[in-house]
Ligand binder design. Structure first.
Ligand SMILES: [Zn+2]
Ligand SMILES: [Zn+2]
Length: 413
């Protein structure tokens, strides 16, 4: 069982240089000193350094590790299994270095790689999916029987660079301990392709591109909103991009929390699933087909927030089967919104899983999952109102409850 590691990151305000500590999930940063806000984006992945205690005369050699944190779902003939995964794996294949970053990093503060970080940075030569395939197949060896489909729904994919230096052995520069046997004379550290560090993060302005107002959001929000012109924005590589948003209105906003869902329209091949009528048939819902249902488009729904894997799956299936389609207002809600913390790209990964969970009879999964392809076409971010109760959040129109604890805990996922 993997430990759930929450890294802390040493950070400096890009405006005034004041020190700060970030959580790994933080994106919107407001400096406690100069109050300037910035939104953090990675050029490709967030790249972190582990701090070192190497003797000052040693040249550092940084080895990259892929880090994945998220949910893993396995479709089996008997149903869908879930587990939470928090793991790291070498991004260069070399037996000289440890296979993973290991748990020691739990107590250490990371920092972002910057152009002034000293050392030789080995370039990753193992793509993420190859590294993670190894992790998955290691997990599968303890299992017997057919696995029809597996998907990883992550909210953290990053590179962690661990420092080493060379004496007559390779030394771990975090612990100052050897990790390799005595090296033979032929060892040259330059055989690893790489180079000096380069900047890995960018800052995007948090002013609304539409009206110039200050965008708002939680510190871990992937989508920010403008209270002035009622628009919502997500960071792309260089700028804020406007997103399509809607909500289901409710009369009493006071005791309501709006939870965000991604609604995805996708072309599916290998199975007939385009309309509401198709969905009722596929899921064998106890409903008599009504005229016109063959003209209502079918959408895939899924949480746009982090929640425990079991609840995630339940919400995905339940909301998709419900197909909320009436009374959607094409703007953001007025009431309190839960932050979007699961990106659209990850939600798209759930479509196959979504189909596998609703198809009846279950044995049909085996026939069709293999040949199924999913081509996402359109998306909408939809806020659904949930009544805030003592222990639960409840969507009364279609009888869905989410344990508040599950959402609170998910902040640490
Ligand atoms: Zn500052
Ligand atoms: Zn605005």
């Amino acid at each position: 069982m993997e430990k759930n590691i929450n890294y802390l990151i040493d950070y400096q305000c890009p405006q005034c240089g004041a020190p700060a500590t970030l959580k790994e999930t933080d994106r919107l940063f407001q400096c406690a000193f100069c109050k300037v806000k910035s939104y953090l984006v990675a050029k490709d992945y967030f790249r972190y350094l582990l701090p070192h205690k190497a003797p000052p005369d040693k040249e550092l050699l940084y080895v990259p590790y892929w880090r994945f944190k998220g949910m893993m779902f396995s479709c089996l003939p008997s149903g869908i299994e879930n587990r939470f995964l928090d793991t790291s794996k070498q991004a260069v294949s070399s037996e000289l270095f440890p296979p993973s970053v290991g748990l020691r990093s739990q107590a250490l503060k990371l920092s972002f790689i910057n152009s002034d970080s000293e050392g030789w940075f080995i370039k990753p030569d193992l793509p993420f999916h190859r590294a993670i395939d190894t992790v998955i197949s290691q997990g599968n060896t303890q299992r017997s029987g057919t696995i029809l489909h597996q998907s990883l729904i992550g909210e953290s994919l990053s590179l962690i660079y661990a420092p080493f230096y060379v004496t007559d052995r390779i030394m771990d520069a975090v612990l100052n301990e050897p990790v390799s046997p005595v090296l033979d004379d032929s060892f040259e550290k330059n055989r690893f392709s790489g180079g000096p560090a380069s900047k890995s993060i960018r800052f995007i302005s948090t002013l609304c591109p539409n009206c110039g107002w200050d965008l708002k959001g939680h510190r871990d929000a992937l989508v920010l909103h403008c209270t002035n012109c009622k628009s919502m924005w997500r960071a792309s590589k260089k700028e804020m991009t406007r997103i399509n948003v809607a909500h289901m209105p409710i009369e009493d906003n006071k005791t309501t929390l709006f939870l965000p869902f991604w609604r995805i329209r996708a072309n599916v091949t290998g199975i007939h699933l385009k309309t509401y009528e198709d969905l009722v048939g596929l899921a064998n819902l106890p409903k008599a087909i009504q005229p016109g249902w063959d003209r209502i488009p079918m959408y895939f729904w899924g949480p746009a927030f982090k929640v425990r894997p079991r609840s995630f799956l339940r919400l995905t299936h339940h909301v998709t089967l419900t197909q909320p389609r009436n009374r959607l207002t094409p703007e953001m809600p007025e009431g309190e919104m839960h932050p979007v913390t699961l990106p659209l790209s990850e939600s798209i990964q759930t479509v196959k899983l979504n189909i596998a969970g609703i198809i009846r009879p279950k044995k049909r999964i085996e026939e069709c999952l293999d040949t199924l392809t999913v081509d996402p076409k359109r998306y909408l971010l939809v806020f659904l109102p949930f009544a805030v109760r003592h222990h639960d959040l409840v969507q009364t129109s279609f009888n869905i409850a989410v344990n508040r604890n599950q959402l609170a805990l998910a902040g640490n996922l």
